[in-house]
Ligand binder design. Sequence first.
Ligand code: KG4
Ligand code: ZN
Length: 337
Amino acid sequence: MKDVYILGIETSCDETSAAVVRNGREILSHIISSQVRTHQKYGGVVPEIASREHSLHFEGVVQSALEEAGLGFDGLDGIAVTYGPGLVGSLLVGVAGAKALAYAARVPFIGINHLEGHIYANFLEEPDLKFPLLALLVSGGHTNLILFEGHGDFKVLGRTRDDAAGEALDKVARTLGLGYPGGPQIQKAAAGGNAAAFDFPRAMLEPQSLDFSFSGMKSAVLNTLNSARMKGITLPVPDLAASFQQAVVDVLVRKTLMALERNPVTSVVLAGGVAANTLLRQSLQGELKQRNISFVYPKPLLCTDNGAMIAAAGYYHFLQGNFAPWTLNAVPGLSLA
Ligand code: KG4
Ligand code: ZN
């Protein structure tokens, strides 16, 4: 079969990224222009600034991805872009840009759900992943357990009812004065702390539920801090970070194991920005090894937002002839269901 070259474009939040991927498995080029420094001084992503930054960098990022891959537009078989969920202004830059490029290059235009993209980062790590597989998707905006029976054939088993895991880590990090993005800062601070110092709650919800709730867990940290402050006591940040990280990881691992009991699968994959967390990876690795289930997770660069995962997902849409109409719009609240 002829090789398939897909250009993947991602602009849903604060990274402008483009990558060329061959046959859904081999990254030929990968450019990520991150806005983290721009937003850091505001303590979080400012949507209007994010859109403007995407406009500024879109063309250069795409051009560099093609140059690095040694391809022109005529060498592409399709252009895939994230169309949701995300910030509407950010998504629109990518959707409009990718649409124009696909139209001019006369190649198929493919719309990708950002969450699906995160999961497909695992096919870049392990192209021969076998179905059925269970995905734990943990990002700044989402926390989902998803059962995949095949490409494009999935069922959401659990979702967060309030904050996403990454969002809770970001908010606690901000309160602890650790900066943005919070997840990596919590991990760093936790390295020097005692995870048993504070017994924060592990919200499990109803006995059978595979849903998550991180808002109360986050509030428990804030309440602990506030009551200490009122008594004039300063609590050790590393211990708070380590204890909260442990509580979040415990819930994620326990719910994943519950999902496995009801849905026997051959592999578990981890996806989304929080998948870069070392404690989460190690804890799941240990549990899954005991159960003889293969465990795949993307390298840190492929965990956070990137164009390569969009190209990887785009490849499977391409094989199924699943192309987007020229009327494709940004859908900020796009879900997986
Ligand atoms: O997937 P992502 O890049 O963007 C969204 O689609 O949301 O995820 C960003 C989230 C942020 O909440 C960030 O704090 C978290 O991923 N994150 C981490 C780590 N690296 C990024 N959380 C815990 N440990 C990390 N090492
Ligand atoms: Zn993401």
